[in-house]
Design a protein around this ligand. Structure first.
Ligand code: UD1
Length: 420
């Protein structure tokens, strides 16, 4: 098994080009199966295991999938299966994105129940309730979700919580439902807007994406299109925090600063310089030890993203004074706290809040990534810890960071993959 070995203490200098967004490409690949005419050509597709897995599932469904570097071409015309029951389906939460599109296309679907995961139980009730409102009936047994409809019909649906995935699933299904659908209290994340743009280019009639109410006028069919995925704001945020924590001067290219507002605000508050330049965002910092403690609470977009919580915590381990970080989206998203303690962090956890007091030094240790973002956070801590940090369970990191080691090495970090 591989692990990452980091020798801390190197400043980061240089530039990194951010890849296409993981959280955009996964629903976009699922939406691609709705095209009954023409091919879809998608640019800036990151090289990630989550993307490989969803492409494998789509191929199993009968879609022709071709990858040439960062360009993926989908031909869904001959798609002929409605059952996504491969082993990798239950492991990949994103396979749930296929539920809406498969039902919309065939009138029935059968997919393996996606499991819970390290960060929380991750129920799917909002996906199911919303699709039921569009006319689907579900039966769940033996780890399978079977859905059936005699035809999707537009409806007015209010989400109890602005779930990103449920908003996306419903947008995809409603695109080819009969009549109008109005989705209220929906997620406003940039990835929702990206998916809506993709669907609209396929011929859908969606308005309001990026606000809390989305209107969809159903159309009879969709066709393939050409699309470039938005840059990954979480990947960008991770490198920004890495530069702030390790110290240095790093320019991130291919970023949309608007998508990063909450992260930029918190980095500035902690004491890093963040400059929005013509060709990207530059972070200049003297490292965690010269930052100060701050208060963070994760919220749905445009609030501070839960996917950046662990990385910010990594930045604050040596910041002067106290920091408080509250997680409101996922109930078990603090497993990295125990790993940070192994590195000498002074953190107390009470309910969904952690309080931490900056320590003068953190130390290299053997730690385990407990989920994707926790893995990135441990790497960030390792970049400025004294001595050697070994991060295990790096398959989590490979799910969401394309070229992390190469990028950090190009910035001057001492990091490598090694066999454990
Ligand atoms: C997406 C992102 C993930 C990010 C999360 C929150 C993708 C592929 N993943 O995940 O990186 O951390 O948004 O920004 O885009 N919930 C329910 N019932 C449901 C669905 C969700 O109770 O049917 C709850 C979840 O348990 C969680 C909250 O809603 O507490 C937010 O989840 P959601 O927005 O759905 O996250 P995902 O779409 O799974």
């Amino acid at each position: 098994m591989e692990e990452l070995v980091i020798n801390g203490g190197k400043r980061l200098e240089g530039k990194v080009t951010i890849k296409g967004s993981k959280n955009s490409i996964l629903p976009i690949l699922a939406a691609g199966i709705l095209a009954t005419e023409g091919k879809s050509v998608i640019h800036d597709v990151p090289n990630l295991t989550d993307v490989d897995n969803i492409m494998e599932i789509i191929e199993y469904l009968g879609v022709e999938v071709q990858r040439d570097g960062n360009i993926v071409t989908l031909d869904a015309i001959k798609m002929n299966r409605h059952d996504a029951t491969l082993d990798c389906v239950s492991e990949l939460r994103a396979s749930l994105f296929l539920l809406g599109p498969i039902i919309a296309r065939f009138g029935f679907s059968e997919i393996s129940q996606p499991g819970g995961c390290a960060i929380g139980t991750r129920p799917i009730d909002l996906h199911l309730k919303g699709l039921e409102a569009l006319g689907v009936t579900f039966e769940q047994s033996h780890g399978l979700i079977k859905g059936r409809t005699n035809g999707l019909k537009g409806a007015r649906i209010y989400l109890d919580f602005p779930s990103v995935g449920a908003t996306e699933n419903l947008m995809m299904a409603a695109s080819i439902a009969e009549g109008q659908t109005i989705l209220e209290n929906v997620a406003e994340e940039p990835e929702i807007v990206d998916l809506a743009n993709f669907l609209n280019n396929m011929g859908a009639k969606i308005s309001g994406a990026g606000t809390n109410m989305i209107k969809i006028n159903g159309v009879k069919s969709l066709k393939g299109t050409v699309h470039t995925v938005i840059p990954d704001r979480i990947e960008a945020g991770t490198y920004m925090v890495a530069a702030a924590a390790a110290g240095g001067n790093v320019l991130l290219e291919n970023v949309i600063a608007d998508h990063l507002k909450p992260v930029i605000a918190k980095l500035k508050e902690a004491g890093a310089q963040v400059l929005e330049e013509d060709d990207g965002i530059r972070v200049i910092s003297e490292g965690s030890i010269n930052c100060k403690g701050i208060v963070i609470k994760t919220m749905p977009y445009p609030g501070f993203p839960t996917d950046m919580q662990a990385q910010l915590l990594a930045l604050l381990l040596s910041a002067k004074g106290r920091s408080y970080v509250t997680e409101t989206i996922f109930e078990r998203r603090f497993q990295h706290v125990e790993e940070f303690r192994k590195m000498g962090a002074d953190i107390v956890m009470a309910g969904n809040t952690v309080a931490l007091s900056g320590v003068d030094k953190i130390y290299g240790a053997s730690v385990l990534a407990t989920d994707l973002r926790a893995g990135a956070a441990l790497v960030i801590a390792g970049l400025y810890a004294e001595g050697e940090t070994r991060v295990g369970n790096i398959h989590y990191i490979d799910r969401g960071y394309d070229g992390l080691v190469e990028n950090l090495r190009s910035l001057g970090a001492d990091i490598k993959r090694a066999v454990r």
